[in-house]
Design a protein around this ligand. Structure first.
Ligand code: ADP
Ligand code: ASP
Ligand code: MG
Length: 403
């Protein structure tokens, strides 16, 4: 008997009607004599709504209470799914993270799942039940609720697949697979049949929200194949899996772009060894993630200009931290909220020369100015003005023959 883990995202359980449809999908797996474990997100919009409520209460909402609050959406969707499955004749019950329990470690809002106690769940499966488990959360060593980052239910599903040694892990969402770029933004995007963990990890980290990055990392570490499918239409999805030489003659697999990036430039910083560390230390202590970085030395070697990107939501805090940083002196600081990162991703670029040139040439042909560049073995990212993102994705999609 196979064990399958099914994860449903917010839109998939976004209304009563959708929940009834999802229960039919769950039932179809059960009828095929599988042991079925379900992980659910909150109904779409619910988590955002809870976050807004916290902001109305306080702009400095207690971190532990914040997690206790924003994790409640999943309780509703799980109980509704279990209730509906009972209604159509299946044995099912909801499980909140602390009832399992799902154990987490790390700071509130960005914790990681470190262990799942599976005894009760396994017993329930043996007795023909369908457990419906809250995604996105767990409890820490003090038994307090912890969330594991936005879109975290993906990671919950992967960790259940790991700890239950499941045969299949299927992420049901509102698109029928992983596409070469976001199909909602670019109509010529094509569905990818198979994608390697490393490529999916880059795409997810660089803005393709179809999978949460941590979940892909967990899947890679534990060699768990993921299938991404639609809960709306019955179509084959995308397999996310480990590297094998048998497929992919494609150089570039996908293109990602970000929203909500901001660029900061500090001009005329007095240069000395350790100055960059002095700038970034307070940011790191405040959990502000610095992404692309470029540093230019002036001709006389005494001053430096430093440009880096962060998420726009961190801009105010970052500005304050830099201005009150007594360990550095500089002439001027400037900010740009209207920037986005566009990235091309593919393991094929390791063995193919000339990709960087083709990318830059394609962008130049559309008169798109590149502000910052960063590369890794399997991706090239450029920072461009946000107004050029659509044009950039389109020209790169054509250049690398993904259309
Ligand atoms: P869920 O609520 O099911 O977790 P998400 O909203 O997190 O769903 O992810 C699905 C969305 O990801 C799609 O609606 C799509 O717009 C977006 N997306 C971004 N990049 C891609 C991509 N490369 N392929 C497919 N979907 C993508
Ligand atoms: N409900 C949570 C969120 O909106 C977790 C998830 O959807 O996976 O981020
Ligand atoms: Mg998601």
């Amino acid at each position: 008997m196979k064990t399958v883990v099914l994860k449903f995202g917010g839109t998939s359980v976004g209304s009563i009607d959708r929940i009834k449809k999802v229960c039919k999908i769950i039932a179809s797996y059960k009828k095929k004599k599988n042991k079925v474990v379900v992980i659910s997100s909150a109904m779409s919009g619910v988590t955002n709504d809870l976050i807004n409520k916290s902001k109305q209460i306080s702009n400095n909402f207690d971190k532990a209470e914040y997690d206790a609050l924003v994790s409640t959406g999943e309780q509703v969707s799980c109980a509704l799914i279990a209730g509906r499955l009972n209604h159509i004749g299946f044995k099912s019950r909801s499980w909140l993270s602390w009832q399992v329990p799902i154990l987490t470690e790390g700071s509130y809002s960005v914790a990681r799942i470190i262990h799942i106690v599976t005894k009760e769940i396994k017993n329930y499966l043996k007795n023909n039940g369908i457990p419906i488990i809250t995604g996105f959360q767990g409890i820490n060593s003090k038994s307090r609720l912890n969330t594991i980052g936005r879109s975290g239910s993906d990671a919950t599903a992967i960790m259940f697949a790991k700890f239950l040694n499941a045969d299949e892990c299927i992420i049901y969402t509102d698109v029928d697979g992983v596409y070469t770029t976001d199909p909602r933004d670019y109509k010529n995007a094509k569905k990818i049949k198979k994608i390697f963990y490393d490529e999916m990890l880059e795409m997810a980290s660089l803005g393709s929200k179809v999978m949460q990055p941590t979940s892909v990392q967990d899947a890679k570490l534990n060699k768990i194949n993921i299938e991404v499918k639609s809960s709306f239409v019955k179509k084959p999805g995308t397999l996310i899996t480990g590297y094998s030489k048998s497929f992919s003659d494609q150089i570039i697999t996908g293109i990602s772009s970000t929203k909500n990036d901001a660029k900061i430039t500090i001009i005329g910083v007095k240069d000395r060894p350790g100055v960059a560390a002095c700038i970034f230390k307070p940011l790191s202590h405040n959990l502000i993630n610095v992404d692309m970085v470029v540093q230019n030395i002036s001709l006389n070697g005494k001053e430096t200009d430093l440009t880096f990107t962060i998420k726009s939501e961190d801009l105010k805090k970052t500005e304050k931290l830099i201005k009150q940083n007594k360990k550095i002196s500089f002439k001027k600081i400037s900010f740009d909220r209207e920037v986005s990162k566009v990235s091309i991703i593919g393991v094929g670029m390791i063995t193919t020369p000339g990709i960087t040139y083709r990318m830059f040439q394609a962008l130049a042909s559309q008169k798109i100015n590149i502000q910052v560049i960063s590369t890794s073995e399997i991706k090239i990212s450029v920072l461009v003005s946000s107004k050029n993102v659509k044009k950039a994705v389109a020209v790169l999609h054509k250049e690398f023959k993904l259309d």
